[in-house]
Ligand binder design. Structure first.
Ligand code: M6R
Length: 607
């Protein structure tokens, strides 16, 4: 859940380390640091807080070393201060680490017994000392590193620099991703291709247990046993990975605005536009005899899965279980072999979702990943993938990835329904037409942004906010609440509208905004009754509904946000957008750090 980078270059490494860290900040931003190999040894500069603090700390320091490592941190062990910031050092060694070393206490006790002194509270520092002890015992760098790796339990991606070896960097990966970048007389290490895109588009992804020895001219990869292995080098679209905010104030605003385009791209991958039919890739398994679907994910991706449950059950008539990955992975759920297990993940690196995938594989499920990062671990370990085409999502709050996940899941539900014979050709064309209309409708909603911003002003500053939805709008209520709380720090909860009277209605008074997501579907009247129950108790209602209903309501005592009238099948993608805009503008009014909210990281690669 941190970002790491390593450079063996021709010029001063420091500026490029910082530039790569800027692209990795989405993985964590509690503190940052770099170390370079200078004539008189390892020099490191670290600073708590965002990368800007590191840049300030670097201003008076002259670093000319051409090899270096860098790190941006999301704290797991130890407070986010300078002492706990990476790189960590031991005599002759500097390392950066993403992951958690689970047996660090035992190792620390052992190393302390050998006389090692520790300055931080991190798990990482012990790795530097383990290697350093190996060097002291007379081992060469690669043997010292390999011996240390064998002692580590847990998850790690490591970049290691050793004093006296200016043409050497060693990387290792177990449980956390690590890529090797190939340059002209230079080589690099990075948590992902985005970090390396400033230097190269030629990338090799290490596999589980791999470790790699880099010089400027060579890349040698070994497996966990120390045997040399070949891993394929890929060309990434580096220029596409070099993202900026364009004219937008925040990445989140840009990513919300990109939705018409990226939903369109995603749908175009899975729909035969000429035929008006869903056109799924060839899978190594069929759907005709499918009896059960399980969907596993975290956070926003989990809510996409929850919405898809309604599609799979209603349209494809297949029971679908949706689970939070961190719960599923330890629940020992019995699974009937041959079921379809779907894993939804923007990053494709979420540790719990990955563990759930491995559990399902061990339980003979067919595995399908819906991922935005095609080179990710989940993408590589699933039997089949249906990528989303959202492009890099940098804002910590997931927006365009969510609507693209929904687009893929909707196409999949139609495809499975066709295979199972639960959908006629005419019905399929109707649903596909509705999907094709989504980018246009989302673009129309974006034109209402100023109105939504005004309403957000009334939400900002609230202590609590409730979101209500029924049926397929219930997951949107959950998503709306998550979006608001993660970026504005306002406490928010999403409820199934029918659950309100079973407890949460006690929270309602004049100070509590209640955001009611009520498309005019078959449950509309029921949701309206719940809304009246809120109104009767003085709740401050914000109704999100379709234009026709809003016009019928006329001017009301409550605020209204209206969206185009669409086939109810596509409502989740439509109603997601005002919900995102509300959260975004409320957060801007609150003055929070929208793209990098406190305590969070974009990619959660630890448990
Ligand atoms: O990369 P993933 O989609 O697997 O990430 C899952 C969650 O961590 C993510 O959706 C998180 O909840 C976002 N911050 C929500 O905006």
């Amino acid at each position: 859940m941190c970002g790491i980078v390593g450079i063996l270059g021709q010029n001063s490494a420091a500026p490029r380390l910082v530039e790569s860290l800027r692209r990795l900040e989405y993985r964590g931003y509690d503190s940052a640091g770099i170390a370079t190999l200078e004539h008189d040894g390892i020099v490191r500069v670290r600073a708590p807080g965002k990368l800007a603090s590191l840049e300030t700390a670097l201003e008076p320091v002259r670093l000319t070393g051409t090899s270096g490592i860098g790190h941006t941190r999301w704290a797991t062990h130890g407070a986010p201060n300078e002492t706990n910031a990476h790189p960590h050092v031991a005599p002759g060694v500097a390392i950066v680490h993403n992951g958690i070393i689970e047996n660090f206490r035992e190792l620390k006790a052992e190393l302390t017994g050998l006389g090692c002194e520790f300055e931080s509270q991190t798990d990482t520092e012990i790795v530097a000392h383990l290697i350093s002890e190996g060097l002291k015992d007379g081992r060469g760098p690669r043997h010292a590193v390999h011996a240390a790796l064998k002692r580590l339990e847990g998850a790690f991606a490591l970049a290691i620099m050793i004093e006296g070896y200016p043409d050497l960097l060693i990387g290792a990966r177990k449980g956390s991703p690590l890529a090797v970048g190939h340059g002209e007389n230079e080589n690099y290490l990075g948590s992902d291709a985005i970090a390396l895109a400033v230097m190269t588009n030629k990338v090799t992804y290490l596999e589980e247990g791999d470790w790699v020895v880099l010089s400027r001219q060579s890349v040698e990869i070994y497996d966990a046993d120390g045997d040399p292995v070949d891993r394929t080098m890929q060309h990434t679209n580096a220029s596409a990975l070099l993202v900026d905010k364009g004219n937008h104030r925040h990445f989140m605003a840009k990513e919300i605005a990109e939705q018409p385009e990226v939903i369109g791209h995603t749908l175009a991958e899975y729909i035969d536009l000429a035929e008006g039919k869903v056109d799924l890739p060839d899978f190594p398994f069929g759907f005709e005899n499918l009896e059960r679907i399980t969907i596993t994910a975290c956070g926003t991706a989990y809510y996409a899965g929850l919405a898809a449950k309604y599609w799979f059950e209603r349209v494809a008539r297949i029971p679908a279980d949706v689970d939070i990955a961190s719960e599923f992975r330890y629940r020992e759920a019995p699974m009937v072999p041959g079921g379809l297990s779907i894993f939804v993940s923007q990053s494709g690196e979420t540790a719990d979702t990955l563990a759930a995938l491995r559990y399902c594989q061990a339980n003979h499920q067919n595995t399908l990943g819906i991922v935005n990062v095609r080179e990710s671990t989940i993408a590589r370990e699933c039997e089949a993938i249906m990528p989303t085409f959202a492009g890099p999502e940098i804002g910590v709050a997931s927006t365009k990835a969510f609507t693209c996940q929904l687009a893929v899941l909707a196409c999949l539900a139609i495809g499975i329904a066709r295979a199972k014979g639960t959908l006629s050709s005419t019905e399929e064309t109707e649903l596909v037409d509705a999907l094709i209309g989504v980018p246009r409708h989302v673009a129309e909603i974006l034109k209402e942004e100023r109105h939504i911003e005004e309403i957000a002003r009334t939400v900002a500053g609230s202590r609590d906010v409730l979101y209500l939805g029924r049926g397929i709008s219930f997951p949107l209520a959950l998503e709306g609440a998550l979006k608001l709380k993660e970026i504005s720090y306002i406490h928010a909860e999403g409820y199934a509208a029918g659950e309100l009277k079973h407890g949460p209605i006690a929270l309602i008074d004049e100070s509590v905004p209640v955001i009611v997501i009520a498309p005019h579907d078959d449950l509309f009247d029921k949701t309206m009754s719940n809304m009246q129950e809120v109104a009767a108790r003085g709740g401050k209602i914000i109704l999100i509904t379709d234009k026709q209903t809003a016009e019928k309501n006329g001017s009301t005592e409550f605020a209204q946000i209206s969206v185009p009238v669409t086939n109810p099948f596509v409502n989740p993608m439509i109603y997601a957008v005002p919900v995102q805009l509300l959260a975004y503008h409320a957060a801007v009014f609150m003055g929070t750090d929208v793209d990098q909210p406190r305590n969070l990281a974009k990619s959660v690669t630890v448990e």
